[in-house]
Unconditional design. Structure first.
Length: 386
């Protein structure tokens, strides 16, 4: 576990709320959420439900528990390391096993193997029978989902490093390091792996493109350059960058969203989206979710609005996903929100879980909602007749 300098202050998701308010002076997640009347234009059906142990640690909101597909099973874990494999169709328990360490990130399925990152910063690679293949010790917190290709895994550690590890033997291939600012957000963006590069958003507010073979810097862009540089401001790129139309899209928590050429690093356009909570790539547009509850669909060519939805202010939205041509989001109150992908109109607002944050994800063309309480739901969404 990394020991940080006293000058480096880690800021949690809760503290970020007030930081966004001060930085942007716009409606933030701290704003009062209005009670919504659901238009009920679609309905959501629970196909099955199950429990994944104790779920997330309620005192820490930086766990990154994942749902993975292995054959006909959906695999997940709670923070204590209880791994469960559930039948995708029925939700019935297929395999249950206690891992040797508490889980911070994962489990992730790769080449019929399982990878998870423990709360002590160790990277654990297991075979399909959950037997250890190798363990790599980073001695740092890792809060971001790693990037993969066929031969390596790419880690972004909270102490400011990007590390490439060979999958065969678990040995370090290269490491890129950068200095941390005095105030950082306790969340890291996941490395985006392309054919030739590894693209990562850093705590300094920079987006860097590293050569995938050597780890050398190929280009960088400062997403915080139009913001104040005082140490009381955070500049982290805390959400995962995405690719669409040969452009990389990334946003800092200060609110700068940029479209950058994948090959040259040249900025194509830039605009302010306050404290973006998540991005999703479509063919000719992207979805951007702001922490204050605004949801945007933007043209990839110039960043102009296709539409903007402002009715979800204060709901602390999750990252977006797409299911059956609907835009689906969760929130910190256990609600599911379904928007029309064409115009952003609200189709459904429904409470799914109590006292639990939910983040909907699509795996194997199926929609799931995993709550912080450990409850896992398999869902379907269909239009209402008439």
């Amino acid at each position: 576990m990394i020991k940080y300098s006293k000058q480096v202050l880690l800021v949690s998701l809760i503290a970020l709320t007030s930081a966004c308010t001060q930085i942007d002076k716009k409606p933030s997640v701290a704003a009062s959420a209005k009670e919504l009347v659901s238009p009920e234009k679609v309905s959501v059906t629970t196909l099955w439900a199950n429990q994944i142990g104790s779920g997330l640690n309620p005192t820490r909101r930086d766990n990154n528990l994942e749902l993975s597909i292995m054959g006909k099973n959906l695999v997940s874990s709670d923070v204590k390391g209880k791994l469960r494999a559930l039948d995708l169709t029925t939700g019935k328990l297929a395999v249950e096993k206690n891992l040797t360490k508490p889980v911070a990130v994962g489990p992730l399925a790769h080449n019929s193997n399982i990878l998870y990152i423990a709360t002590d910063g160790s990277v654990n690679y297991l075979d399909k029978n959950l037997q250890e293949i190798w363990v790599y010790e980073t001695h740092s917190d890792i809060l971001a989902k790693p990037g993969f290709d066929e031969s390596a895994i790419y880690l972004h550690t909270l102490d400011g490093s990007v590390i490439a590890i060979g999958l065969n033997a678990g040995k370090k291939l290269w490491q890129y390091s950068h200095s941390l600012p005095s105030l950082i957000y306790r969340k890291s963006s996941s490395p985006l792996v392309t054919e030739q590069q590894v693209i990562v958003g850093l705590a300094s507010g920079k987006l860097v493109a590293l050569n995938k073979t050597s780890g050398n810097l190929e280009w960088q862009h400062d997403l915080s350059k139009s913001s104040k540089r005082e140490s009381l401001y955070m500049h982290d790129v805390g959400i995962d960058p995405i690719i669409s139309d040969n452009k990389v899209f990334a946003a800092s928590i200060q609110g700068n969203l940029a479209a950058i050429s994948l090959t040259t690093g040249r900025v194509m356009w830039e605009r302010e989206i306050p404290c973006a909570a998540g991005l999703f790539a479509l063919d000719s547009s992207i979805i951007a979710v702001a922490t204050n509850g605004h949801v945007y669909r933007l043209n990839v060519e110039d960043g102009s609005n296709v539409w903007q939805q402002e009715s979800l202010i204060g709901y602390n939205l999750s990252a977006p996903t797409i299911y059956k041509n609907n835009l689906v989001l969760g929130d910190a109150r256990g609600n599911l929100h379904v928007l029309d992908l064409k115009d952003g109109a609200m189709l459904l607002h429904k409470k799914l879980m109590h006292k639990a944050s939910i983040a909907p994800v699509v795996k194997n063309n199926q929609l799931f909602a995993y709550g912080t309480s450990g409850q896992l739901l398999a869902l379907d969404i269909a239009p209402n007749k008439g």
